[in-house]
Write a protein that binds this ligand. Structure first.
Ligand code: FMN
Length: 238
């Protein structure tokens, strides 16, 4: 039985909300493996996510230490490094405040570089896949990404951390042939997982009143406010 079944029905909503508010993207991992029982539990909780008509079109291709995992991780490593190097230039990480090595931008850039330089030794990579049952459409991700978030939250609950990425796309055709992924299956996300080096903590987002409208588009909701002490990112605090 997976761990959470023991507590189903408990009033654990406070812990659940605390997890939602503090599950950061974790890109630095120790070399500790993720034992099969924990990976099992993480993926079981991922599969509890909703999907359209409960069709459950999501599949999880776990790359741990099987015969193809090392080759797949090495392909991913190449692609992640290319992906980051393009983003580094596009997003101006090496200009403006990024020139100051103590700036948040420069620290973020170093963390990202370390992440992409170490993809080959990430304990677990999960390719989250969608078995298509109709032609590709803009909404098909709606049945996949709830499962991705469940996966990340379950990992968090068990003491792990992860990062949802799209940088598998640079080697998608190579991955498909290496891993025998059928043509009607989309590779929707690539999630890296492991024991965090560093820690989770409150995530920073835009202020709630910037993103919630009341009754009509653009009308600020009087009742929308962040809990005391919330720190923001990506939007000016009031
Ligand atoms: C759809 C999506 C795509 C993402 N793609 C990448 C990616 O390719 N590489 C990466 O390092 N992080 C990726 N992320 C992680 C985001 O950068 C991260 O969630 C965001 O910066 C907020 O950081 P936080 O989760 O620590 O609060 C992605 C997240 C989402 C939801």
């Amino acid at each position: 039985m997976t761990r959470s079944m023991d507590s189903v029905g408990d009033d654990s909503s406070i812990e659940l909300l605390a997890g939602l508010a503090s599950t950061r993207t974790i890109r630095r991992y120790t070399s500790d493996p993720v034992p099969p029982e924990d990976l099992n539990s993480i993926l079981w909780h991922a599969t509890r996510a909703p999907s359209g008509s409960n069709r459950q079109p999501v599949r999880y291709l776990a790359l741990v230490d099987g015969p193809r995992a090392a080759r797949a991780k090495s392909l991913l490593g190449e692609s992640f490094r290319r992906g980051w190097s393009a983003k580094l230039r596009q997003d101006g990480y090496e200009s403006g405040s990024g020139l100051d090595p103590d700036s948040p931008k420069a620290r973020q850039a170093r963390a990202m570089q370390e992440y992409v330089d170490n993809i080959e030794s990430v304990p677990v990579v999960v390719l989250v896949c969608l078995v298509r049952y109709r032609d590709p459409n803009p909404y098909e991700g709606a049945s996949v990404y709830p499962a991705c978030q469940n996966l990340l939250l379950a990992a968090r609950a068990l003491g792990y951390g992860g990062a949802l990425t799209m940088w598998h796309q640079g080697v998608e055709s190579e991955l498909r042939s290496l891993l025998d992924v059928p043509d009607d299956v989309a590779l929707s996300a690539c999630i890296t997982l492991g024991k965090p080096r560093g820690s989770h903590g409150p995530v920073r987002r835009k202020p709630l009143h910037d993103v919630v409208f009341d009754d009509r588009w653009g009308v600020e909701a009087e009742w929308a406010h962040d809990p005391e002490g919330t720190r923001h990112a990506g939007g000016a605090p009031r």
